[in-house]
Design a protein around this ligand. Structure first.
Ligand SMILES: [Fe+2]
Length: 144
């Protein structure tokens, strides 16, 4: 059972963004499990989440910039804050500070999910479906 189960209610309808959001949840779940075990597995899972958070935010911001989304500036600020939270979690784990599990739970439930449900949903809604289809190569179709 996943600590942070994915819900269809989180889907924005943009295939690329939803795929990356699902991956964020997978990595948050891996991290939650790894934190119970501790040690190197936890550090690796934290690094994977941190890396994907940065990549995903950069890609989402590039998409919003490409379609000239009016919410881009605000969206960037929220992303910066979310990324900083992950950096703080990573620091606390490396420093062996207690409470990283609770920090992760707060990040997912009180920061990430509300961001997806409000900012991401509104931004994608405003795109009118631009960029919402699967990438042909990723969907396994022939691109020749
Ligand atoms: Fe976002």
């Amino acid at each position: 059972m996943d600590t942070y189960p994915w819900s269809d209610a989180y889907a924005t309808g943009n295939w690329v963004i939803d795929t990356q959001h699902r991956h964020l949840f997978e990595l948050a779940n891996l991290l939650a499990d790894a934190l119970v075990r501790g040690g190197e597995a936890a550090e690796q899972a934290m690094a994977a989440l941190d890396g994907h958070v940065r990549e995903h935010f950069a890609e989402e911001e590039a998409f919003l910039a490409a379609i000239r989304a009016p919410s881009l500036a605000r969206h960037r600020r929220v992303h910066a804050s979310l990324a900083l939270d992950v950096e703080a979690m990573r620091f606390n784990l490396a420093a062996r500070h207690p409470g990283v599990e609770d920090q992760l739970a707060r990040w997912v439930e009180a920061s990430l999910v509300p961001h997806m449900l409000t900012d991401d949903m509104a931004a994608i809604e405003a795109t009118g479906g631009k960029g919402s289809r699967p990438r042909p190569a990723a969907a396994g179709e022939c691109t020749l």
